[in-house]
Design a protein around this ligand. Sequence first.
Ligand SMILES: C[S@@+](CC[C@H](N)C(=O)[O-])C[C@H]1O[C@@H](n2cnc3c(N)ncnc32)[C@H](O)[C@@H]1O
Length: 271
Amino acid sequence: MTTPAPAPPSPAGKRGTSGEHGGFETHLIPTEHLPGFVAERKAAYVNTMFDTIAPRYDLMNRLMTFGMDRRWRNYVVAEAAPPTGGSALDVATGTGDIAIALARRVGAAGSVIASDFSEGMMRPGPAKAERAGVGAIVRFMAADALDLPFPDATFDCVTMGFAMRNVTDIERAFREMCRVTKPGGRVVCLEVAKPGVPPVRFLHQCYFNRIVPLLGKIITGYGEAYRYLPESARNFPPPSALKTIMERADLRAVRFHRMSLGAVAVHTGTK
Ligand SMILES: C[S@@+](CC[C@H](N)C(=O)[O-])C[C@H]1O[C@@H](n2cnc3c(N)ncnc32)[C@H](O)[C@@H]1O
């Protein structure tokens, strides 16, 4: 597995200007005040960040989401609905939780590829898959979500969890996911969202903007990553706009489902 060379820290980053969707810039994340962030090198920045937090990523996820992330990921798998014995791809898999859940679903006759561009994030994956009893079903491999190394129409379903915020071109990522999905197969995306009801939204924002970065600093020792999290979520398209992007990427029957008072949304499209 290869990992692109990390970008050297830079005191002042520049803003990117790559595109608008539905009246706001989807590819532009206002992170220029974060040390080391340079928009043109976002991929390397993200890669280095995830390599750094990888050892504590799962623990932080469980704590930060009060354990709800498991339910969200299981919902993704139910939406992806690969057949028993089928094939699935989990893009930007991180430590492999969605891939492992997919493997349980497709069973011993099936196969799951778990891909990511951060070698560090994937490192715990194979042992986790072994412990879950699906080590022979899941294969981890390095791949960029924007340039998937698979032929067209390879998988029964393709998933992505909490990574669309990090890619430099959302529509291209969906196009790639759609391209490698078999006709009739599903593409499913789990991402953070903002609760719609004002008091809940306010409390959620306080938690996300203040408590999570503090918790992230304590648990991972790398507070910047958990300051990046609310920053990256801030300019991310709301669910209705993300649906439009998926439709532009040639997905059909696109729908979304909000979970946990709207803190996350799961989008599903069919090729
Ligand atoms: C927040 S983690 C999510 C991991 C996992 N999907 C989950 O649900 O916990 C985001 C992951 O996206 C990966 N990632 C970000 N941009 C990527 C890209 N362009 N290609 C491949 N992986 C990418 C990061 O390395 C990281 O592992």
